[in-house]
Each structure stands twice: as structure tokens, then as C-alpha cells.
Design a protein around this ligand. Structure first.
Ligand code: GAL
Length: 674
């Protein structure tokens, strides 16, 4: 039901505030009212038009069970409104207050080893707890009733990053909810036994009450039980969102959303299932310096979020002006980086750029997290860059509402991620997200823009689909790829794809099961490589992680391995199929070889690279059908020249050729729209 409401609101083009948005989390409860007055004046100086308040407000607005104190929040909302600043209003339910966990310790989540997690941090609640749900929905209702038609409120912010710390709970209440979920999925215990393959290791269930959450056991647990627990946990959190959203909608017509975490370190929520329930898709993203290429991951996250938003403009609900406080080394942004990384989200389809948070906290666990107003105040590089960002957004205003569309689709699946990284697989060194990132990095370095799609999504209009390690493949997922190729499109599928169905049952008869006929290859045995072991490829590249005993059936071999466990084996193949072609890659080629390969495949599919794009230069085009804007973001240390003509918006001047200085961003309204 809520998905229908959400779809109607999205079609109506409901956004939080018209135009481009600069915003932030605002926690005035941490400061005295004198500071609030300085805050709103500074917000106006920076061009802030939307602030998220009351996200962690529970203990403040409901200091005792059922006693609500809204006076402070009233004052904050009125003050913001008086200064023309809109509010992204939190329901305040993200973190239960101490009175709730003291009165009802059963809401505390249980870990897989059966021990309880304690209060003292945040988000310590069991997603299946009826007591927690009831109290949270009651608070959401009070907030919605009071502020449902407050003129400052532009957007509802349910809870916060649902599942960030409490994605799973293994307690008895969760076990009962899991059983209900399983009953709805399978109907009978026999069907569950069949799906889970319980004849293996004497795991056959005789009755529902024998089934539990996959708590820590002494050996490898049942993989399908683990996968179903992932699915269930994601659904439980979504049900929580929906319960709060439903009560809000009774009191307010304002769009409702929650902030997603499409990042490298959170994988517990299937956002393809969630997105249809959002009036507006919002994401939180922080650069992760533990990764080999943090910028490419930022670009990927933005592309995933645009995919989740169905191609429509989306909102960056949180990112940081500089360092975070939760990585081993919290790297501060260099001059220009705040602007460039923010605008990279904008280039890839965001219309709202918000930061966590407005003013750096003086106390608490996040006091060393950067903010728009740093501890050192406004005579700082960070503040000046914040103001510059606000001014730049003013100059870019005309791109609001425009969209990004590419010729290449990349299939990304949260469910396949859960499944692929399970225990007992050929190699624990092959990690789904790393494989996806690897192919994305190569595509980005080759200047080939991609749209990220869910498995099984219709691929009409694309010239090429890239399918990295889609271990779990449903029949419909493979059929969508096959259809594209039959109709003249191209596909590139990588190893350990098409291996199992939705129950994790191996597709027999030779790998890569679901894609075997399309790709024209037959794999007899996997030969995963040891860490550091490399394959020599006869195109000059090197392969790592994986090799296979592979023979071609209808495919031709483009690249062989000359050594390794199967010397002479094909590692890159191409099969003409229908009116198109399907490529298969049976190792992880080094980044250069992968980049060369995606260039060749894209070229064959008729895909043109974006002008000037590369590993250090993001180039993205946004369009509104009548006009187009070319974004060029130079992350490198030398200027880049890009063929472009039109009006450049950052410097506000007509151009016939574009030079983008090191570290700078330029946005050209193109003379000839694309
Ligand atoms: C997010 C969270 C914020 C803040 C931020 C710090 O995960 O939503 O409340 O903790 O991280 O990076």
C-alpha cells in the first residue's frame, strides 16, 4: 500500500524544496538558544535551505513515558521558519531513551551468540520488538500530529539509517517473527525443508517451533537459513519504516523518507525492496579511506542511489565536510575536496546536498566528526568552502530536476551480495562488492557511464549490460540479459555468476548455469587462486583470484591463460547470440587489462565514452530533454582539456573549449544539447 502512495507522490514530482538544496543535520538540543540565533544567521549566509532536526530527539521530547515536551522543538521550528529555512523533520525514534530500555529490557537486541547488547550508545533496539514498535509509532504520531502542517516542514525523516547498528537480532521474539515470515514465504514446513536442503547434515525440521534464527553454532550454518534471515531482517526494518510512515501520513501530506546507507561497509538492507516505499530516495555517503579507490566508490554509491530512485533526482541526506570519526585514520578533506565531492553527487543525479552536521559537537562520541561550522568557527577553510558550495549551487540552479541516463547498465544486487559472500564457497578472497567495484572502476576509468539496475530489471534501451559475480541468479534475471542480447544488445558476465537459484540450489550441468547457453561456455571446475598467485594472460594482462577449467561451446576465445592451474584455458570469450553478443570473463584481470577490455566491449556495443573522462576525471551529463549540462570534475593535479562548447555555469562565461584546472569543477550548458 505505502509503495502506491510513494509512487503517486514521486510522479507528482514532490521534492523537499524547489530547486537545488544545501542542507544538514541540525542538533540544537546540544546548544543554548543564543547559539541558535547565530546558527540561523550563518545558515542564511551559506544558503542552507533544509535542516534535519529531532533525529535523535526522543529523550528530549518524551523525557518520561507518555509525557511529551515539545516547547523547545516548537521554538526551533518557528525560528527556522522565520528565517526561511525548511525542516526535514525526524520522528525522533532512532535511539530509545534510557527509561524505555530500563522499563523494557526485552527491546534490547541479542547478538548471534545469545548475549544481549546494552544501552549506552544508539539504536539498541530489536527490529521485531512489538514494545519498541508501539512506543516508536506513538512518538511518531505525536510528532506528526503536532507538526503535520507546520509551514517549516518540507520532508519527514523516519528514524535514522535503519539497520546501521541493529540490522539483525537473534532473540526469541525475533525467532517467532522469523517463523511467521517463513510461514508466509513457504506455506508448509515441507516446502521450507526443500528450499533449505535440510536432508543435508540431518537438519530436517518436523515442526515450525523447531526453526530459529541462525545463532552462532559450532560449524557452518545452513546457508539458505542464513540468507532467509538476511531477507527477513531487511523486511523487518522496512516494516518499521512503513509503520511510522503510515501514522505520519494520517496527519500530513508532506513526503516521507528515511536515509539509506549505500556504502561499502553496510550491506544488510535490500534497498531495491525499500525504494518503492519512499516518496523521495535519500542516501548517506561518507568517503571510505579503507578502500583502494574511495572516489570511485563515491561515484558508484551515487549511481546506485540514482538507480534506486528510478533515475529521478535524489537527495544526499548526509555526507561530511571533512573527516569522519569512525575510520582507523580519519582523513580530512584537502582544499577544494569538499566542493568537488559534493558536486560529484550532484553530477550523478542528486538535487539536494546535505551534511552531517551543522555545528561540530563539543561532547559525545562524534565530537571529532567534521561539520559545516567546525570547532574553530567560521574563520576556517571548511566554512569558506561551505559558503562557496552554497554560492555555486545558486549558479547551478537550472540543473535542478534534470536526470542522467547512460547506454550501459550494471546489475547490482544486495541479495546476490549476501549469497555470494556466504561460507563454504570456493574462495573467501572473492568478495562480491570488491568484484563489482573492480568492474565499476574500470568502466569509470574508460569514461563509460553506467546506470545501476536491479537483477531482472528490463534492459530496453541499453546497449550493454555488465553482470559482475551474480552468484544468485533467478530465471528472470538471466532472461532479462538474454533478451537484451537477442535484440542486439551486448552483455559482459563475470565468473561465479548464474551459479545458484533463489534457494541457493546449484544449477546443474556445468557452470555458469543460468548463463551457460547465452555465453556459449561450459565450466567443469573452479580453480580459485591463492593470495598473490597470478595468471599470465596472452593479451599482456594478468589475472588474479580465479581460474576455471572452461571449454567453449558456441563462444570464441579472445584471451587465454598461458599458465596457472589450467594453462591454455580460455579466460575471455565472446559468443554471438541473436542479434548481439555475450562476453564472459573467467578471472579478475588487472585494472588496466579490465579497462582495455571494457573499452573494447563498449566499442563493439556502440557505446561512446564521455569526453575527457578517466580515473581522475569524472564526466557526467545531466539532461532535461531540452537542455544538457556536462559536468567535468578534475580530481587530478594537472589541468584537463575537454571538448565542449556552450555556457559554463561555475565561472559564468561562454566557452568554445573547456580547460578544467587541477582540483576544479566546471559545468557546461551545452550549445548542442545531447
Ligand atoms: C551516520 C549517522 C549520523 C552520524 C554520521 C557520522 O551514519 O546517520 O547520525 O553518526 O553517520 O558519520
Amino acid at each position: 500500500m505505502s509503495a502506491d502512495v510513494a509512487a503517486t507522490r514521486r510522479e507528482a514530482g514532490v521534492g523537499p524544496v524547489p530547486g537545488l538544496v544545501l542542507g544538514c543535520d541540525y542538533n540544537p538540543e546540544q546548544w543554548s538558544p543564543e547559539v541558535w540565533h547565530e546558527d540561523v544567521a550563518l545558515m542564511r549566509e551559506a544558503g542552507v535551505s533544509l535542516v534535519a532536526v529531532n533525529v535523535f530527539g526522543w529523550s528530549d521530547v518524551e523525557p518520561e513515558p507518555g509525557r511529551y515536551e515539545f516547547e523547545r522543538l516548537d521554538a526551533v521550528l518557528d525560528l527556522l521558519h522565520a528565517h526561511g529555512i525548511g525542516v526535514n523533520l525526524g520522528t525522533g525514534t532512532a535511539s530509545p531513551p534510557p527509561w524505555l530500555s530500563t522499563q523494557h529490557p526485552e527491546i534490547l537486541p541479542m547478538a548471534a551468540d545469545g548475549t544481549r547488547r546494552h544501552p549506552g550508545g544508539r539504536q539498541a533496539w530489536c527490529p521485531s520488538s512489538p514494545v519498541f514498535r508501539e512506543r516508536a509509532v506513538a512518538l511518531a504520531e505525536q510528532v506528526a500530529r503536532r507538526y503535520g502542517s507546520h509551514p517549516a516542514v518540507r520532508l519527514w525523516h523516519v528514524s535514522n539509517e535503519l539497520g546501521c547498528h541493529n540490522a539483525h537480532c537473534w532473540c526469541d521474539v525475533s525467532a517467532a517473527a522469523f517463523r511467521d515470515w517463513l510461514r508466509a514465504r513457504y506455506g508448509t514446513i515441507e516446502a521450507l525443508n526443500s528450499a533449505w536442503g535440510t536432508t543435508f547434515w540431518s537438519q530436517r525440521y518436523g515442526a515450525w517451533d523447531q526453526v530459529g534464527t541462525p545463532r552462532l553454532t559450532v560449524s557452518t550454518p545452513n546457508p539458505t537459513q542464513v540468507l532467509d534471515f538476511q531477507r527477513f531482517s531487511s523486511d523487518e526494518l522496512l516494516a518499521h519504516h512503513r509503520a511510522e510512515a503510515e501514522v505520519i501520513r494520517r496527519h500530513s501530506d508532506i513526503p516521507v523518507t528515511t536515509n539509506f546507507m549505500v556504502t561499502a561497509h553496510r550491506r544488510d538492507v535490500d534497498y531495491w525492496q525499500w525504494a518503492p516505499h519512499m516518496d523521495l530516495v535519500a542516501n548517506d555517503h561518507y568517503l571510505d579511506h579503507r578502500l583502494p579507490d574511495p572516489l570511485a566508490e563515491l561515484a558508484f554509491s551515487a549511481d546506485v542511489t540514482r538507480g534506486l530512485a528510478g533515475g529521478r533526482p535524489w537527495m544526499l541526506m548526509e555526507h561530511s565536510t571533512s573527516a569522519v570519526n569512525w575510520q582507523p585514520v580519519n582523513v580530512a578533506k584537502r582544499p577544494g575536496e569538499l566542493l568537488r565531492t559534493s558536486l560529484l553527487h550532484l553530477a550523478r543525479g542528486a538535487d539536494a546536498l546535505c551534511f552531517f552536521q551543522w555545528r561540530a559537537s563539543a561532547q559525545g562520541a562524534e565530537k571529532f566528526h567534521s561539520a559545516m561550522v567546525p570547532h574553530a568557527g567560521t574563520d576556517t577553510g571548511v566554512w569558506r568552502e561551505v559558503v562557496e558550495l552554497g554560492a555555486t549551487l545558486g549558479r547551478l540552479e537550472e540543473v535542478a530536476g534534470s536526470t542522467v541516463r547512460h547506454d550501459v547498465a550494471l546489475v547490482f544486487s544486495f541479495e546476490a551480495w549476501w549469497a555470494a559472500d556466504g561460507e563454504g564457497h570456493p574462495s573467501q578472497h572473492v568478495r562480491y562488492l570488491e568484484q563489482v567495484h573492480h568492474w565499476y572502476r574500470a568502466l569509470r576509468a574508460a569514461g563509460i557511464g553506467v546506470d545501476v539496475v536491479a537483477p531482472g530489471a528490463p534492459l530496453d534501451g541499453y546497449r550493454l549490460v555488465v553482470v559482475p559475480e551474480l552468484f544468485l541468479t533467478r530465471d528472470g534475471d538471466a532472461a532479462a540479459v538474454e533478451r537484451l542480447v537477442a535484440n542486439g544488445g551486448h552483455a559482459l558476465v563475470t565468473y561465479f555468476s548464474g551459479i545458484v537459484d533463489a534457494d541457493l540450489r546449484v544449477r546443474l550441468g556445468g557452470y555458469p548455469g543460468a548463463f551457460r547457453d547465452l555465453l556459449g561456455v561450459h565450466v567443469e571446475q573452479f580453480h580459485p587462486l591463492l593470495p598473490g598467485e597470478m595468471l599470465t594472460l596472452d593479451d599482456g594482462g594478468a589475472g588474479s583470484l580465479w581460474a576455471e577449467e572452461l571449454r567453449t561451446t558456441t563462444a570464441e576465445t579472445r584471451v587465454h591463460a598461458t599458465d596457472g592451474p589450467v594453462p591454455g584455458a580460455p579466460v575471455v570469450t565472446r559468443s554471438a547470440h541473436g542479434a548481439g553478443a555475450a562476453w564472459y570473463v573467467a578471472t579478475t584481470p588487472d585494472l588496466d587489462a579490465t579497462t582495455r577490455l571494457v573499452r573494447e566491449v563498449a566499442d563493439g556495443a556502440g557505446v561512446r565514452p564521455l569526453p575527457g573522462a578517466g580515473a581522475d576525471v569524472d564526466v557526467v551529463r545531466r539532461t532535461d530533454g531540452a537542455r544538457s549540462w556536462l559536468f567535468v570534475l578534475n580530481h587530478g593535479s594537472t589541468p584537463v582539456e575537454v571538448e565542449a562548447a556552450g555556457f559554463e555555469l561555475v565561472e559564468q562565461q561562454p566557452i568554445t573549449a573547456l580547460t578544467v584546472p587541477a582540483g576544479a569543477v566546471r559545468v557546461v550548458r551545452e550549445e548542442v544539447p545531447r
